[in-house]
Structure formats: C-alpha cells, structure tokens
Design a protein. Structure first.
Lengths: 1021, 448
C-alpha cells in the first residue's frame, strides 16, 4: 500500500545573495545595491582542515571571507551578523576539482578543430592559445552538480587536441567572469590522443612525440624572439605563433602541465615524459592506478585520481560473460580501492569528479573509496588542502580558517559514515540551500475527530520529504499525494469513511498548536479540519552508510593484473644447472648430447658435455629434454598500445618504446612458447616509420622493466604497397603513390636531414651566436642524422626485389647501411646483392598470396638467402605465430634443406645478430644472459612443447604451474562473479573500463578501422 | 653443396616436365600438368601403410587399379605387368582433406578481381562453389606438396552458398569436383564485435543491432523457404500451381528436409548455442565450424549429434582467463567427450598446406596421435559424407594417397609422391620453380 506517495518531490533551494566586496572597475547602472555581508553559522561540527574538527562551533563570515571559526565558547557572534543556526549539522571545507570539464558549455569556445586564425600555429592538434578564462561562461548545470557534491572551486579544462589549451581556476558561482576566475593560467592541458581526423598525430606515440617537439619549440620560441630583439639587423624575424607563445609559463616550469590521459599506462608515460622534459606535471592516473603503485611511487608524482570508478560488469547476459575477464572483475572490485592503495605508499594525489555527472554518484563513490580503505584525513586532503596547495591557494581555499574564502558546505550527517546529502553550499559567502527548513514545525503527531471518529496523524521524514500516516483508531487509512510548502500541508484521503465514493483532498496550514484547514470530499462538500499537535517530531537522521559487500579475503595485487599475473618477480637462484639435456647451443659448440649448462647470477658460466654441477646449485634434470637459447622475434607488435603513426610519411620522431603495454596477455602466451625477446616495431604505413623497442618478456615487470637496455636504437622503414597506399585509401595529394616516389621521398628526407645539420653547424660557428636566432631543434631530422651516423639501425619492411635494391643503393649513396630487411619475401632474388651490402634478412617462413607484392614469396627464401651468405631469421608480425617460432625454424629444414642447428639459429642467434645484441643473448655460450628454454622434444618437432622459459636466470614460465594458475584464476573469478550477481549496484556501460583492452595489431594496422575489418581482429587485454 | 643435399636426395619422383617452361610462370595459369587417369595398375612396394582405419602395415605392398585400391598387405604379391614403385621404406597415407578453404576461389588476398567467394547480399544459398574454381590457381599445387589432395571450396556469407569437395588436380572444375553441394555454408552473425571495449559504446550498440537484424533476416528467410517448399510439394501433388521463381528459396529444399548438411561457422559459446537452437528449430543437419569455445557446448553437441570442424588449433585463446594452450587442447577435449570432429586450417594466407600442423599441434597438447591423423583424413571424409571413397586406405576406396619419408605431421617430413584416384599428381609448383631459378642465380654468382 503506497499511502505515502507524494505528488512530486520538489527541491527547495533558497538562495541568499550575500554582499560581495568585489573590486569592480565600473559603477553599477542605477542605484547602489550592497547587501549586508556578515553571517554566523552556529551549532555545527566544523572540519577546519583534514586533521582538525571543532564540535559545537561557530563560523563567522564577512564579505565572502571567513572572519572567525571556533568553539561557541570562544567565538563572539558579531552584532551585525545574521545567525544561521544549523544545530547538529556538519561543515566541511569546499572541495576543489582540478579536472572539471565545462560540459556542454565547453563546446562553445572555439571548439572547431583546426580552426587557426590570426597568429595561431598551423598544427590542428596544438591549440595551446585557447584559454578557458578567455571565453568562460558560467556552466550552470555542471556547477550546480559540483556544488551539490561539495565542490566550491574547480579548474576547468579545455578539451580536444594534444595541446588543448590552458585550464583556469574558477569559483563555482554565477557572476562576472572577472570576479569568479581566480587563476587564468592554472595549468596547460595536454593529452596523448589527437581529436582531428587525418591530422598528425593519430597514435599515442605520436602524441608523446608531438609534446616533446612542441615543448622544445616553445622554448626555442622564447630564445629566438629574444635573440632577434637583441639584434634585428641582418636576421629574418622569427614568426609569431600564438600557440607557442601561450606555452611560456608551462615550458618554463612556472606552471604545471595537466596530463589529461586515460589510464595508468598513459599516466606512467606522462610522468616519464615530464621528467625528461623537466616540466611540472599533474597527471590523471585513470581508475586503474592500483595496478602499478610502485612504478608510480618512483616518480614522486602529483596524481589526479578519478572518483569515477569502474562500474559493475554486465554479466546478466551470459554472452557477456565470455568477454568479461578476471581482470575486468578485479577492476570493478579494486578501482575504488585505488586511492587507498596509493595513499598507503604515500603517493600524493588529488581526487576529481571527472567522468561523473551526477552529484549523487560523486558522493557515493567518495564514501566507497573510504569504505575501501582510504582514511578520512587522506580523502579530505585530496579534495581540499592538497589541490589548494598545488594551486598555491593554501591560504584561501580548502580550509575553514580566518582569512580564507568562505567556501564550505553543510550536511545533516557525517559525510563519510552516513548517506547524508549536501544541505547547503557556500561559495565566497554566497549561500545556496538545498534542504528544506522546517520553519513551522510540520513534523509531529496530530489528532482530530471527524464524523465522530477519532483520527491520528503522524508526519515524519524531513521537511523536504514528509511521510504521513493517518489512522482511524488503530486502523490505517489510505492517503496519498503528500506535500508541504511554505507552511501549508496538502494530501489526499482515499477512504470511503472520509471521502465518500472517491478521493478527498486536504489542505491545511501549519500553526503553532496544530493543523487548521479543510477537507473537500468527493461529492464537493467540505468540512473543517482542526488537528491538535500532540507531539512535535524531529527529522529523520541520514541513513548510516553501509557500503557494498567485500570479499572475505582481500585480493592480492598481481603483476600484471588479472589471470596469470604474478605476485613478485621470479627469484634468481644463485646457481642453476640444467643436466643431461640435448643442448642446441646456437653457438660454435653446436649440438651437445647429454650436456650440462651452469648459470650463475643470471649469466651462463659453463656449457658442455663434461661440466660439473656446482654444489648448492638448483638442478633441473634435462633427461630426454632439449635445451635451447630463448627465442627472439625480430618483428613483433605484441605489448604495444600503438603501432602506426600513419598521418605523416616520416614519423622518425615517434617510438614504440614510449607505448609499451606490459600487461598484454600475448606476452605471456609468447613466453609460454619459448620466446624471451621481441623487437617491437612500428608499423609499415609510412616509408619512414617510428623507432623500435627491444624487450625481454619479463612477464610481470612494468614497461621500463621489460626494456633491454643494451639494444641498439632502431627504426622501422617500409616499402611497397603499404607506403604507396595500394590497398587502402590515401588522402588527397598523398605522396608517394608509386615505388618511384618512394625512392625520391627517401632521398629528399636524408637531404633535409643533412641540410638541418648544416644549419646547426653554421649557427655553432657564428661569432655572434648569442644574438643569432638559433635553428629550431627538430627530433625528426635528428633521428635521421643518427641513421646517417650509423647510430641507429634500420628494420625495413620490404617485399619486392626492386625496392630492396633501391633502398640499399640509397643507403650506399648516403654512406650508411640497411641492417635488416624484414619480411623481405623476394630477398632470395637479390640475396647476393644483400650479402654484398651487408644487409641481414628476417622473413616470414611461408606467408604469401595475401597481396600482389607477395605472389612470388616462397618458403625457400630463407634457405636461398642463407646460402648466399645473408644472416637470416624468421619473424612473426603476429601475436599467435610468435608463440611457436621454433617450428617456423623447421621450415628452413623442410624448404631448402638447411641444417637443423643452423635453422634454429634463425630464431635465436641470427635475430640477436640482427638486433646487434648477439654479444649478450641468442646462444647458450659462456658469458651470455641465461635466457633459455627447456623443451620436451626437439625444438624443430611439431610435438615440442616448451616446459620452462628462463630469462636472466629467472624462471618466468613453467608449464607444470600453468594449470594451477588457470584454476586459481577460475576460483577468484567465481567468487567475484557471485559478488557481482549479488550486488544491487546498477550495471554499467562496460566501455567505461578504462584499462583499455587492445586488439591484436599487425604492422598494417592503422589504428583506424572499419566494420568490415572487425572480423579479422583479435581482442584481448 | 651440403646444404641442399637433403633436398636433392628427396627430390620428387615425379617427372618434372613442367620445369621446362619456367619462364611462362604467370598468375593466370600454373605450369603443372594434371595427372592422367590411371590406365596401368600401380604397386607401391617396400612401404609402411598408415591406413587410418586399422593397424599400420609394415613392409607392405599397396596396389591400385582404375583409381581404386585393390590390395594392401605385407603378404600381397606385386601383380604382373604393373608399374612398381619402390617406396624405399617410405610411408603411405591417405591424402589429407582441408575442409574449410577458398582454394580455386581466391588467388590474391588484396585483389578483388581474383576472388569469387562472397556474393552481394547476406543470403545466397543457390551459389555453387565448384562453378568458379580455377583449376589453374597457383595455390593448388602449393597446397598439394604437403599431402593435401582434397579440399572443400566454399563461399562465405550469412547463408553463403553451397560447398563442394574438390580433387586438387584436374583440367576443369568438372574434373576436379569429387562431390558437389556437400553442404550449405552459413556464418553465424558474430556477437564478438559488440563486446569490443575499444569501440565506443555507440558503435557497439550499432553492431549489436546489425547482428539482431541479421538474425531476424535469417529467421524470416528460413520461414519463407519452408513456405516455398510446402508450395512446391503442393504443386507436385497437383494440389496447387507451382510457386513463382525464387532461386534462393528453391535452393533450400535439401537443407530443410535434412538431406543436405548445414555447416554453421561460430566460435564463441553464445554464438554456438544460438546456432544449435536454430538448427534444432528448423530440423537442420548441423555441422559446427570454427568452434573455438565448443568445449562450452559439449552436452548439446552430443545430444544433437553435431560434429565439429575445428578451424585452426594454432590460435589464441578467446578469453584472457583461458589457459594459454586452451585452443591447442580443444581437440583432445572433444575427443575425450566423444564429439566427432575434424581439423581444418581455413587459411587466408595461401597456407592451406599447413593443415597437418594444425593436427600436430593438437597431438602435441594431448590428442591421441591416431585421432590427430584421423582429424584431417577420415573424420572430414565422414563429416562431408564421402568416407566410402576417401579418408582412409582400404580396399575398394579411392587411391587418393601420398608417399612421404616420415611422420607427415612433422614439418621436416617430405612428400615424395601423390596420387588422386590413381592418377599421379605433379608435385612441382610455382614456388619450387622460383627456387630452382634463383638457386641457379646464386650458384652462378658464387662460381664467379
């Protein structure tokens, strides 16, 4: 029976305009309109700062500023103050959000992409000139939502672009922009993802490269203009660029850059970049920062964490369960615990509402983060004193102390332990009230007599939301449509005894002794109602906050998060000996039957048939097993968040080493297939691609921990159909469209790099250097110069013989060498020329016929090139193929009769040579890294299964443990699924999981795709 | 040259006549000449016969005549006047059958002009795969060298058309067609894309809608087809006039009466369950193709006697939580559960030849090696419905077989001869010819 249905619940918000002593530079039109400005809020518990609470306190506000705060016994209420008694209520300092978006209002100021006017720069993704304060209009809806969640000031961000513009700090109140903006230049906002289609950059690695270049450009801009001003004679004036000029406070380190990125991977990349560029940074760490707390701690960062936690995975549809992974489930459970995990390690962070639109959700998640372990003090600091300090506003924002702005909010209950709502928000002394005041005292018990029957009426709830209960004697009488406004009570009686056939309507005024009004019966007749107040009532207390259920055992942190993650790096035994194995050394010793290998401190110290096992060694019995060096993949795109920066034909400044995703499950799969190293290459969308990264598959390590420090820097080049855009559309005016154009493009780029060097040399030699406008530092040309100087090796994607020859001839003309041709399916046609040039080859074994330039691909390619004296290897370019490179080597035996030991070298020593790391890895020889694999059969057999994979003398994979790990994951999954199924939280749109899963990438992926290509994609985290 | 000794020793015993015209290699026609119909009895002696059905026969003689096997055994006498081939200890296996290929229908992946397997529109049951098989496809001789003698060529689509089992040798598609209209090919609308979290929610909703649309189109079409067949039957009985022409609906007769199997491609468990429900609703004789999460539907597959064609065992797990070797192990799981299955490769990289390695991977991860061999020989023959002719070496069956020097599931094993219905197949191909050509170049350069 719904006897307490109210017509609607209306919010009663009384706004009292306070007088503001603002420093207007012009007089008002008409009459002066100053309001009295002194207030005293009494009877409250005040949270002065995160650590200090004063009970039964008084806050005195004058002209928007706090004049006094303290215990009622200590603070005198000024005679001119209006007293606002909120007995029993709680007052907290107003929250500060460092990452607010303007919502729909943000779309107004010059949001049109690429629109460059006046002295704006010409890069569509650099909009640094845009400053929120310059076009700020009060975002009424957003501001109100924020106030109702406790916020009183916010840094509003511009959106879009790599350089989005400058964020500005504003009070969350309506007023002249001149008055409400506290800081115009709060932070320069940058991100890694461009928003303009077709514009550079498209990939996250391009975003990083662009930030690096633009920061250098902005610094150069200052230097160039100052040099020119010192000596204008004889110099061309440097151009004026509003975008570069606007970056001055941020590139100088005076003000921070705010990295508006998406997840913990990107946040770590941002921190690394900020450190390299020596800029101040605030970094949004995503809702998954708990995954790499230690990595964050290393940077001593200033992080911004979202209160927008992962929503409940949608698993009601059993179809969805097949794609919700343990990682997703853990994320749902752990993301609210992320702030606590970082606080525990003393990582400094602030909290933002970013991503949440509703005040209720913000408050609910704030409590949830407390429920999941974040202490009240830390939580308050992250919303008040810390953001204030980062803004250099510690004296005026984030605290309730004399001299600070009167920014605070009032709640009926404790913010953390009850589900209280914000009752009042004060912004610079301007009060906005959200709860209803029980001025007349409607709550209570009443009684009256009608038609000779005795009735009792109980009104409870809150003044804003009353609940009425009418009884005749002891029997309930059905009522509805309860409302209460300005001292008048209205409700309906659905009862034949009082209403007749239908509904009776009651309207009564609330007076000191009770209710006085009338009842209109269904037949239109009316009678007076006079109910006596027997007892005054009190408001319902806010409900105690309980929080969602927790697991009986806490979830251990694993690296990477999810199934098959590990709790710690595998240990490195002091001495390891593998005995009695068939050893494929890949070295001069060839094959050793019944051999023993000894490893000390991660290095091989002995290999041979007559090697003694040192005492205390961890012994692995290799009886009946085969031991090989760890496999190395020269062409991989596993473990990367981006592959192609396709928006430019030369992207030499970008690098995959900046977008390593160590959580990619493919890395684990490949480790299980005996792979220990991978060369993560840029894609083949452009002739001059990006820089590479060489990693060891140290599953569990973070991105930096996977890098192999001793590798030679490299870069991807590409030729043929991809770079001339034969199989996918090219933008208008795209160059090159032919192999002829490809040649000319390479020559042009190397000429340009030389020209760049000449400019610098001329500048360095100039006698009046201090007054000269310096050349602009350009990372793209510098990368090409490294190639010309032999300091960076080339991995060139190539298929046809003509283009292979062409590129070698260019290299010879410019005095460098092409180290490795990758894929190189027609290498067999020009193998002698390659050998003469000194080029090495890393090929697919047998892929062909997938496009025109591979119709002449033959599986004998490797054997023929090998015969001609070329160092040959096999690559995968494919996450799946990369986990069975050992049997790819067998194809060299099948097709062309290569000796088996030589064939295995094609996936061990030869790729090591190609990466110029054969001094350290690639074979089982004394002094090399202990990267090895134990197989149950000959590695060239289709029946071979890797049993153990070791890297640096640590066992990273053991087949005998894999099933147990799977079962463990399944058990944890079941527990979490049950928790999800029993949770009454609403299910979320699952695309909010910001720990972005990725799809498998090949070198032809443009990171942009159509529906038709979806079927050929593999998706996995 | 030591490096190439191995290959020289294992040089195919085939007459390499085609080697003469190296220069005329184009992608229009391949240079291998189809084998001639068997006119002379052939006896393979000194071989080990792996018949797939029954025990391995060591030191055996295998005789075939007019394309059929007439004798197998260690005590079989070599008939007089026959061609005797000394296997020198080699092994004999029935030819492998690839059951999910585009052979003859797709030449170059990026060139639309060379592709004939995907017609416009979602529903094309009347298309017949064999009709566009190009006997001169360069991919065919390349596939043969690893023992693939027979292959299903198939179109693609929601209802893609009808597949045919092709002999991988012949002058015309008519020569090559061993069995036409072996199955109706369907691709179950994939639900996967709708869960890609790298796509924006809006796009995912669209994909979900597109999928639902396809499912509803499918339902409508099958109901119309039933209606049409009813009208056809009524006309046959003289109770009504014949329905007006509709080639799509007309092509559904054998599907709806359960005589033509329907091969439905579905990988994820939800798709598999939907497909099974659909097949039961319409009384279809279903074969599940793909089946990467078939382990989630074992009870249903058994209950409705649905065989599975697992496409690629060398593939990644569908879900992050699955064991790294889940797909490798899948055949063993099906085998243990008693679900009949075949293994296919479904290559789009020109690599139908790697079919045996898909079976080998299953064996490496726990499948009984005999079952692994059957999964690419007898099992597909049974699923396709041609087990009376091919898939095993038995007297009376086709002499569709090959000789090799070891376990043919191992990469390093070489196939030395192949017969399709007794006709010897030229094991040369474009790739070997290019090899010989450029080996010559390298050797000449070295000699200088």
């Amino acid at each position: 029976m719904k006897n307490t249905i109210f017509g609607y619940w209306f919010l009663f918000a009384a706004t009292l305009l306070s007088a503001q002593t603002l420093h207007h530079t012009r007089q008002p039109v008409g009459l002066q309109d100053h309001q009295p400005g002194a207030y005293a809020v009494t009877g409250v518990t005040v949270q002065v700062d995160p650590q200090t609470e004063i009970k039964d306190a008084v806050i005195v506000v004058r002209d928007g500023v706090i004049e006094a705060v303290g215990a009622a016994t200590d603070v005198a209420i000024p005679a001119d103050a209006r007293v606002i008694d909120r007995k029993g209520a709680f007052v907290y300092p107003g929250f500060i959000d460092l990452m607010a978006d303007l919502g729909k209002d943000g779309k107004k100021p010059g949001a049109k992409a690429g629109e460059a006017k006046g002295t704006a720069g010409h890069q569509p993704e650099n909009r640094a000139r845009k400053r929120v304060a310059d076009t700020y209009t009060y975002p009424a809806k957003r501001a109100k939502a924020l106030r109702k969640a406790g916020f009183t000031a916010a840094v509003f961000m511009p959106s879009g672009g790599i350089f989005s513009g400058t964020a500005s700090l504003a009070l969350l109140q309506e007023g002249r922009t001149n008055d409400v903006v506290l800081q115009s230049d709060a932070a320069g906002v940058v991100g890694f993802r461009g928003t303009v289609p077709q514009a550079y950059p498209d990939s996250a690695m391009g975003g990083i490269a662009m930030i690096r270049q633009v920061v250098a450009d902005a610094r150069w801009y200052q230097q160039a203009h100052s040099a020119y001003q010192k000596q204008p004679q004889g110099q061309t004036p440097p151009s004026v660029n509003a975008d570069l000029a606007a970056l001055a406070p941020f590139v100088s380190g005076d003000k921070p850059f705010l990295f508006n990125v998406r997840n913990h991977h990107e946040a770590l990349r941002a921190l690394k970049l900020a450190k390299e560029l020596e800029i101040e940074s605030w970094v949004f760490a995503g809702d998954d920062a708990y995954r790499r707390v230690a990595s964050f701690k290393n940077y001593q960062p200033k992080l911004i964490l979202p209160l927008d936690f992962a929503t409940k995975p949608e698993i009601n549809d059993p179809a969805a369960e097949a794609v919700v992974s343990l990682r997703d489930l853990r994320h749902w459970y752990l993301s609210p615990a992320a702030p606590a995990a970082l606080a525990e390690q003393d990582v400094a962070f602030v909290l933002t509402s970013f991503g949440l639109k509703k005040s209720k959700d913000i408050l609910a998640n704030l409590r949830l983060s407390h429920h999941r372990g974040l202490a009240k003090e830390a939580l308050l600091a992250a919303l008040t004193t810390r953001p204030a300090a980062w803004l250099n506003q510690s004296d005026s924002l984030g605290v309730i102390k004399p001299g600070a702005l009167a920014n605070f909010f009032i709640t009926a209950g404790d913010l953390f332990t009850t589900e209280t709502e914000i009752a009042e928000s004060w912004v610079r002394g301007q009060r906005e009230r959200y709860d209803a005041e029980d001025t007349q005292g409607v709550l209570g018990d009443y009684s009256f007599t009608a038609a000779k029957k005795k009735y009792t009426l109980a009104i409870s709830g809150t003044p804003g939301k009353i609940k009425g209960k009418l009884k005749r004697g002891k029997k309930d009488v059905k009522t509805s449509a309860w409302s209460h406004q300005q001292g008048r009570l209205v409700f309906h009686i659905n009862d034949a005894g009082l209403a007749g056939e239908g509904v009776a309507r009651v309207s009564a005024r609330i007076e000191a002794d009770g209710l006085h009004g009338w009842v209109i019966k269904s037949d239109g007749s009316r009678f007076a109602l006079d109910a006596k107040r027997d007892k005054a009532g009190s408001e319902d207390k806010p409900k105690a906050y309980k929080g969602p259920k927790s697991l009986s055992e806490p979830l251990a942190v694993v690296y990477p998060d999810g199934a098959y993650g590990r709790t710690a790096d595998p240990e490195q035994p002091a001495v390891v000996a593998v005995t009695n194995a068939t050893i494929w050394t890949s070295g001069p010793a060839g094959m050793i039957e019944n051999g023993t290998m000894v490893v000390k401190a991660g290095k091989i110290v002995a290999v041979g048939a007559d090697v003694a096992v040192p005492e205390g060694a961890t012994v692995i019995d290799g009886q009946g097993k085969h031991l090989t060096a760890g496999l190395i993949d020269e062409h991989s795109h596993a473990g990367l968040d981006a592959v192609n920066e396709w928006t430019t034909t030369n992207s030499a400044e970008v690098g995959t080493h900046e977008v390593i995703n160590p959580d990619d499950i493919s890395l684990y799969y490949q480790l299980a297939g005996g792979l220990t190293m991978a060369n993560q290459l840029h894609g083949s969308a452009n002739p001059i691609g990006g820089q590479n990264s060489v990693i060891k598959l140290r599953w569990g390590a973070d991105a930096e921990g996977m890098k192999f420090a001793k590798s030679m820097p490299g870069i991807k080049f590409a030729l043929g159909e991809n770079v001339k855009r034969s199989n996918f559309p090219a933008p208008d005016g795209y160059y090159p469209l032919t192999r002829l154009g490809v040649e000319q493009f390479f020559r042009d780029q190397f000429d340009a790099a030389r020209d760049y060097r000449n400019q610098w040399e001329a500048y360095e030699k100039a006698t009046d250097k201090a007054q000269r406008v310096p050349p602009r530092r350009d990372y793209r040309w510098e990368t090409l110069l490294q190639i010309l100087d032999g300091k960076r090796q080339i991995h060139c994607h190539s298929y046809r013989q003509d283009e292979i020859l062409m590129l070698m001839r260019i290299a010879e003309d410019y005095g460098f060498k092409i180290d490795v041709f990758t894929h190189i399916l027609e290498g067999y046609k020009v193998a002698p020329e390659m050998a003469a040039h000194g080029a090495m080859a890393n090929t697919f074994t047998d892929w062909w016929a997938f496009k025109m330039e591979v119709v002449d691909a033959i599986p004998y390619n490797a054997a023929l090139m090998h015969q001609a004296g070329v160092v040959v290897g096999f690559n995968s370019d494919d996450d799946e193929l990369a986990r069975r490179l050992n049997t790819e080597a067998a194809k060299a035996v099948k097709y062309g009769g290569v000796d088996p030991h030589e064939a295995l070298k094609m996936v061990t020593l030869n790729p090591a040579k190609q990466l110029r790391i054969d001094e350290h890895v690639g074979s089982l020889e004394v002094g090399k890294d202990a990267d090895f694999v134990l197989w149950n059969h000959s590695p060239l057999s289709m029946y071979a299964v890797a049993q153990q994979t070791w890297i640096d003398g640590r066992k990273y994979f053991d087949r005998s443990e894999a099933d147990a790990q799977r079962d463990q994951a399944a058990a944890q999954r079941r527990a979490l699924l049950q928790l999800v199924l029993s949770s009454d939280a609403k299910g979320g749109a699952s695309d909010r999981a910001k720990g972005k899963p990725r799809r498998m990438m090949h070198c032809e992926d443009l990171d942009a795709f159509s529906a038709e290509t979806l079927d050929s994609l593999h998706a996995h985290d | 040259m030591k490096l190439f000794a191995t290959f020289a020793q294992r040089a195919p015993i085939t007459v390499l006549a085609a080697m003469m015209c190296l220069a005329c290699s184009t992608i229009v026609a391949h240079d291998q000449i189809p084998g001639t119909n068997q006119s002379q009895t052939v006896a393979l002696k000194n071989v080990t016969v792996y018949p797939v059905v029954g025990e391995v026969v060591e030191n055996a003689v295998l005789v075939f005549e007019n394309g059929k096997i007439t004798a197998i055994g260690s005590d079989v006498a070599v008939p007089a006047g026959c061609r005797v081939i000394d296997g020198a200890g080699r092994r004999v296996y029935p030819s492998f059958i690839e059951s999910w290929s585009y052979l003859g229908l797709r030449e170059v992946g990026s060139v639309k002009a060379t592709q004939d397997y995907e017609e416009s529109g979602d529903i094309n049951p009347n298309l017949l795969a064999q009709r566009a098989v190009n006997p001169d496809s360069e991919l065919i001789p390349v596939a043969r060298v690893n023992g693939i003698g027979l292959a299903i060529s198939r179109p693609r689509g929601l209802v893609g058309g009808q597949a045919a089992l092709m002999r991988l040798d012949g002058w015309t598609y008519e020569d090559m067609t061993l069995a036409a209209q072996t199955a109706m090919i369907m691709s179950w609308p994939s639900s996967r894309a709708a869960f890609f979290s790298f796509l924006p929610q809006k796009r995912r909703d669209e994909l979900k809608k597109e999928r639902l649309k396809k499912l509803s189109d499918l339902e409508t079409f099958f109901q119309q087809a039933r209606h049409y067949q009813k009208a056809v039957a009524a006309a046959k009985d003289g109770k009504a006039t014949a329905p007006r022409p509709n080639p799509r609906l007309a092509a559904m007769g054998a599907v709806l009466d359960g005589s033509q199997p329907v091969w439905i491609e579905a990988d994820r468990s939800d798709e598999i369950h939907e497909a099974i429900d659909f097949a039961q609703r319409y009384g279809l004789k279903m074969v599940l193709v793909g089946g990467h999460q078939a382990d989630q539907a074992l009870e249903q597959l058994k209950r409705y006697q649905i065989p599975v064609i697992l496409v690629r065992t060398q593939d990644l797990p569908v879900r992050r939580d699955e064991a790294y070797d889940h797909v490798y192990r899948l055949p063993a799981i099906l085998h243990e559960a008693g679900v009949p299955f075949a293994i296919a490769i479904g290559s789009t990289m020109g690599n139908d030849r790697n079919l045996p390695y898909q079976a080998a991977a299953a064996a490496a991860y726990g499948l009984d090696p005999a079952a692994a061999l059957a999964a690419i020989t007898l099992a597909p023959a049974q699923i396709i419905g041609v087990a009376d002719r091919v898939g095993s070496l038995e007297v009376g069956k086709d002499a569709t077989l090959f000789l090799c020097d070891g376990d043919p599931l191992e990469i390093t094993t070489q196939i030395s001869a192949m017969f399709i219905e007794g006709a010897e197949v030229d094991l040369n191909n474009k790739q070997k010819m290019l090899y010989d050509k450029y080996k010559t170049r390298i050797e000449r350069q070295r000699a200088r």
